[in-house]
Design a protein around this ligand. Structure first.
Ligand code: KG4
Ligand code: ZN
Length: 337
């Protein structure tokens, strides 16, 4: 079975082809980061227009790189939610059009289910079920117990800002460009995290939820209250911010694994690229006997390989593909079965 996956839920246009038995045979990601950087964040309408501009040519390029044409594609999997409505509609409409013209079934894939199964694209393959997934991106901060395809239990989530959003907003306070996570990480290397005392929101609450909007405000007040907010002070505040975010994520994730008696933790999403987070997780997990699994960086961030892969798993499980679905920007993971 050969499945072509399409991802356009936010600011990456991506296409990939997954072949059963071989894995990903071709893929490409066109990032819009530079286009949005001048606005300081993702502008939904600009994102939709960019997807529309690049998606058809990107698809042809990926087909050609795989040495395929439409006649050798058995199924199309497209991200149908959650995400930006206009951006999703571009991918869904394109997928449905090429599906109709070439007589290929089209299946909607949940973007977060793609992230959950991305480890399956690594050489090691998918860890044994159950595993805990910490999904940390610009839009999500979720702790999910995965017992199988369609078997998800949300253990915890953010009640306000996502972890990546906190990195991005704190970066703005520090005068750094979008996306802020990698910029803060770079600057933090030059700083001393102990100079500024930042809060660890909700760390002492007896649940697995997160809150990052107070931390962002604390960073703002720390900057304002600093007498000489020079380059060194900025680096110190960047280091303290990074440490505060990583500390909360690591401790809550470990507690969730313990509470659910789960031995494997998978991290995914753009924030999973953070080295401080990875180093802390590595240390703590060894002490607590939890295996930490980090997918390849390219499969931590948004991509179409994970969509093609989940699409293939779902096509193989489901012989009743209907057209009775639509793009859904608020599609819930727990609606899946
Ligand atoms: O998963 P992703 O590529 O896109 C979605 O949001 O869906 O995640 C992007 C987020 C941004 O907030 C970005 O600042 C953050 O991931 N990020 C990082 C790092 N690289 C990207 N945060 C911390 N450290 C990094 N090295
Ligand atoms: Zn994502």
């Amino acid at each position: 079975m050969r499945v072509l996956g399409i991802e356009s839920s936010c600011d990456e246009t991506a296409v990939a082809i997954y072949e059963q038995g071989k894995g990903i045979i071709a893929e490409s990601v066109a990032s819009q980061i530079e286009t949005h950087a001048k606005f300081g964040g993702v502008v939904p309408e600009v994102a939709s227009r960019e997807h529309l501009k690049v998606l058809p040519a990107l698809t042809q390029q990926v087909l050609s790189n795989a040495g395929c044409d439409w006649s050798s594609v058995d199924g199309i999997a497209v991200t149908a939610g959650p995400g930006l409505m206009g951006a999703l509609l571009v991918g869904v409409t394109y997928a449905r059009s090429v599906g109709l013209v070439n007589n290929i079934p089209v299946l909607p894939v949940h973007h977060m289910e793609g992230h959950l199964f991305a480890p399956g694209l690594s050489d090691e393959g998918l860890p044994d079920f159950p595993f805990m997934s910490l999904l940390v991106s610009g839009g999500h901060t979720l702790l999910i117990r995965v017992d199988g395809l369609g078997q998800y239990k949300v253990i915890g989530q953010t009640i306000d800002d996502a972890a990546g959003e906190c990195f991005d907003k704190a970066a703005r306070v520090l005068g750094l460009p979008y996306p802020g996570g990698p910029e803060i990480a770079k600057l933090a290397k030059l700083g001393d995290a102990s100079i500024f005392k930042l809060p660890r929101p909700m760390l002492n609450k007896p649940n697995f939820n997160f809150s990052f909007s107070g931390l962002k405000t604390a960073v703002m007040y720390a900057a304002r209250g600093c007498e000489h907010f020079d380059a060194q002070a900025k680096a110190d505040l960047a280091a303290a911010t990074e440490l505060a975010i990583a500390d909360v994520l690591v401790k809550k994730a470990m507690r969730a694994c313990k509470a659910e008696h789960v031995e494997t933790l998978v991290i995914a999403g753009g924030v999973a690229a953070n080295q401080t987070l990875r180093i802390m997780l590595d240390k703590v997990s060894k002490a607590q006997d939890v295996n930490v699994f980090v997918p390849d960086l390219a499969y931590c961030t948004d991509n179409a390989a994970m969509i093609a892969y989940v699409g293939a798993l779902r096509f193989l499980q489901n012989d009743n593909i209907t057209n009775d679905w639509d793009a859904n920007p608020r599609w819930k993971l727990t609606d899946l079965t």
